[in-house]
Design a protein around this ligand. Structure first.
Ligand code: ADP
Ligand code: MG
Length: 360
């Protein structure tokens, strides 16, 4: 048997000889592939798949933004070093981060949770304490979800719904030649926080008598275990009366998000190594772990900072603001997406940024 029919749908179609491993096209290639067969027919849908959040017409003046994130035990978190309350908090933050990056305000969340039988009521309540704390901090109503059992660990999926005025919405696709490329905060800390947690876990596995030593790592651990969404930076941009031309949140690594803005906006981008903001603690710990801090910043991910482009006329407003760093500028598409090293050499950036860079 190669396939059979169930309720009119063909399943287990083994007839096709060509099977493509997902790793051949990667996560973004897979989404592009799936998108081809998804039609949008509702006239209220302004933007479907392809940005940080979907955009739907709410009324004449406002748009609704909707985004979903999924966190899986063993892939996105390890319960041996992740406090449940922190996990609940983080699951909200990673989801609403995509709403802020549309320049919108998150208003509601729904939470789907799959639990294995090793979870107690008290444990689930702890996750919910974290969720509630994040809702309070970001002024969000927790309005529903779904609960189911799981045979393969804990899964948490948070759907966020936000609102933004028509004229305030910012997509990944609006960057124009000569715009400045700007980032909030700093990069690489969450990745290094994870490396420290993994290291201490291994030391403990090798010798359970040795207690984990996490002292002096507060900043990077907080960035990994209890990140914050970019509300603070969105407020500052509003106060400065700056509307970015394009924006994305940095969840998968600075390198990958620079590429998303460039590709969606059909432009080139030059970013400069010496401009990448890296906290001094990240510098120190990277050197302790024998890692290149620029590699951590470009590819680490989970920073939940904003990456955006602005018209050059906004330069004066942002130039001295310590919250933001100008990383580079937008060029013609034909010039490509480049990383300019401190010695002035230019290297094409790809989603694995540093790998290709270091090979050259
Ligand atoms: P982000 O990193 O900002 O969360 P993703 O890379 O996860 O964004 O998603 C990019 C776009 O693809 C979004 O518009 C998202 O809604 C869409 N997307 C991701 N996964 C799926 C999927 N399995 N089915 C349909 N759309 C998806
Ligand atoms: Mg995003």
């Amino acid at each position: 048997m190669t396939y059979f029919y169930l309720c009119g749908m063909q399943i287990f179609d083994n007839n096709k000889s060509e099977k493509t491993p997902i790793s051949n096209i990667g996560e973004f290639g897979l989404i592009d592939e799936l998108k081809k067969n998804i039609d949008i027919s509702n006239s209220q849908t302004v933007k479907g798949i392809g940005d940080d959040a979907a955009v739907i017409k709410l009324d004449d003046k406002n748009l609704q933004t909707i985004s979903k994130d999924l966190l899986i035990e063993g892939i996105h978190f390890d319960l041996s070093y992740t406090p449940l309350k922190h996990l609940g908090y983080k699951s909200v933050v990673v989801s609403i981060s995509d709403i802020y990056s549309m320049n919108a305000k998150p208003e509601y969340i729904l939470v789907g949770i799959a639990l294995s039988n090793r979870f107690t009521v008290e444990a689930v309540k702890e996750i919910y304490e974290g969720i509630n704390l994040a809702c309070k901090k970001y002024d969000i109503d927790f309005i529903g979800g779904d609960t189911t059992s799981s045979t393969s660990g804990l899964m948490i999926s948070v759907t966020s719904i936000g609102k933004v005025k028509n004229k305030e919405i910012v997509y990944r696709s609006g960057a124009k030649k000569n715009d400045l490329v700007v980032a909030s905060g700093d990069f690489g800390a969450a990745f290094l926080g994870l490396q420290i947690l993994k290291r201490e876990k291994q030391i403990f596995i090798d010798n359970p008598k040795v207690q984990p030593d996490l002292s002096g790592h507060d900043y990077i651990l907080q960035r990994q275990l209890k990140p914050e969404a970019a509300l603070k930076y969105i407020k500052i941009l509003h106060e400065l009366k700056i509307k970015p031309t394009a924006m994305i949140d940095v969840s998968d690594g600075l390198s990958s998000e620079i590429i998303h803005i460039a590709k969606n906006s059909k432009v080139g981008i030059n970013v400069y190594e010496e401009k990448i903001p890296i906290d001094h603690t990240v510098m120190n710990i990277a050197s302790e772990l024998n890692l290149n801090p620029i590699f951590c910043a470009l590819n680490g991910g989970e920073d939940y900072e904003l990456l955006f482009t602005i018209n050059q006329k906004e330069y004066k407003k942002i130039e001295k603001d310590p919250d933001f760093t100008i990383l580079g500028h937008v060029t013609e598409k034909s010039e490509g997406i480049n990383f300019v090293t401190a010695d002035g050499n230019s290297h094409p950036l790809d989603a694995k940024g540093w790998d290709s860079y270091s090979e050259k």
